[in-house]
Design a protein around this ligand. Structure first.
Ligand code: SAH
Length: 413
């Protein structure tokens, strides 16, 4: 692609005003102050650029022509919620395609609507962060609610309106443009449905918007979907990943590159690995839920720090490389005694686009069947960057003081 585009315009040099983390392989991750070459201004929002030989899309508003004056820098202090970047990425199809193609996710929500279609009759629903409007359309087509308010802050909302019309749902679904925190609804709602979950459940902290909307718009005794959520953890092996990123340096082409291992540790194991698919034989113990959230009672202040304890009884001998985490969410039935629906993103369920998250220890530890790995996990929200958190793991083996470890993983800041 770059070759064709290079013919069109001469590349121009730009400076990065704010850091941006690419969310997929064709978006560049850039840091404040980086100088990059813009090869094509594909849309007013997204430009095709090159940084140190790597090509990808970058958000145009994050770039500045020429040197950044100090004054500018003070004026343009980065938003702690990074909303500009956040909503920009939801304004393009990339993430929506990824989410809609995720059948386990989308069909779990559809199942909730189908199972509750009788009880949804004449109910008022809020779909927070409706994106393309999929959940609202499910409600309107599979049940007979009185009204559905579909709220979306990104520019995708313009298309959502069209999709609602195209599918003949405009009588029931009202699309509202704006942040859920800022919009006004004409009435309170009976059900608040949202797909707010991020990596390791909380990353991006969209859950805060959901809690604030609950307190403002959900009527007394109304239903939250999801109704609860759990974070699950398991000690695991990760032989393949360890071999690829760390053991690799031991003897490439017959040479000793081990002096690069501290660098590899920093580069590959300091942060969690998103999009990890834990292999069936990798778990060392039965997984355990370490943090559980009740969406009806959870408070925004609770999100600042969450802690869970674990005690894993190993079921086999092997190498303890780290911990794998994933989440599940549960949707209560509107009917008394009705069966709940579960969306489980773990390794024993249909894979989802979240996959699992791997936390690598600095050094692998040999363990035996019948050993116990005990400890705790703390999720600490970043006090400055409100969409980020740090996960800290403490562990010991068989309660021995000489076999203990602790490691903190920023996600991402
Ligand atoms: N419900 C859609 C999209 C889920 S992704 C689906 O299931 O396919 C989350 C969406 O919520 C994104 O489109 C994002 O722009 C939107 N969003 C996140 N926080 C929001 C807020 N506070 N107010 C309005 N929209 C929000």
């Amino acid at each position: 692609m770059e070759d064709e585009l290079e013919d069109l315009v001469p590349p121009e040099e730009y400076v990065v005003r704010w850091s941006f983390t690419g969310r997929c392989s064709d978006e560049l991750s850039i840091n404040k102050g980086d100088q990059l070459m813009v090869h094509a201004k594909i849309t007013p929002e997204w430009w095709w650029a090159e940084l140190r030989g790597v090509f990808g899309y970058v958000p145009a508003s994050y770039l500045h022509h020429g040197v950044i004056e100090e004054e500018d820098e003070e004026d343009e202090e980065e938003d702690a919620w990074q909303d500009e970047e956040y909503y920009l990425t939801y304004g393009t199809l990339n993430l929506h395609l990824e989410m809609l193609s995720d059948k386990s996710r989308t069909e779990a929500y559809r199942r909730v609507i189908v199972n509750n279609s009788a009880s949804l009759h004449r109910k008022v629903v809020m779909d927070l962060g409706c994106g393309t409007g999929i959940m609202s359309l499910f409600c309107a087509q599979l049940a007979q609610p009185a009204a559905v308010y579909a709220v979306e802050a990104s520019s995708m909302v313009q298309h959502t309106r069209e999709l609602v019309k195209q599918n003949a749902c405009e009588e029931v679904v009202t699309v509202l443009q704006g942040r859920a925190e800022d919009i006004q609804l004409p009435e309170q709602v009976d059900v608040l449905v949202s797909e707010w979950m991020g990596n390791c459940l909380l990353f991006e902290f969209m859950v805060e918007s959901v809690l604030l909307a609950r307190d403002r718009w959900l009527r007394e005794g109304g239903m939250m979907w999801p109704s609860s959520a759990a974070l699950t953890l398991v000690p695991c092996q990760a032989r393949r990943y360890y071999a690829e990123k760390m053991a690799f340096w031991e003897n490439p082409y017959g040479l000793d590159f081990t002096p690069l291992q501290p660098l590899a540790l920093e580069e590959f194991f300091a942060k969690p690995k998103f999009s990890h698919l834990m292999e069936p034989g990798d778990r060392l113990a039965p997984p355990a839920d370490v943090i559980c959230l009740d969406m009806h009672t959870l408070q925004v202040a609770d999100l600042e720090e969450m802690q869970g304890e674990f005690q894993f009884h190993l079921e086999k001998s092997g190498v303890f490389h780290g911990f794998t985490a994933w989440f599940s969410v549960y949707f209560k039935s509107l009917e008394e005694g009705g069966a709940p629906v579960e969306l489980n993103t773990g390794p024993d369920s249909e894979p989802t686009h979240w996959k699992q998250t791997l936390f690598m220890l600095d050094e692998p530890v040999s363990v035996n069947a019948a050993d116990r790995i005990g400890g705790s996990i703390i999720l600490r929200r970043n006090p400055t960057w409100r969409r980020h958190l740090t996960v800290t793991l403490h562990w010991d083996i068989n309660g021995r003081t000489q076999e203990v470890g602790t490691k903190s993983f920023p996600m991402w800041r």
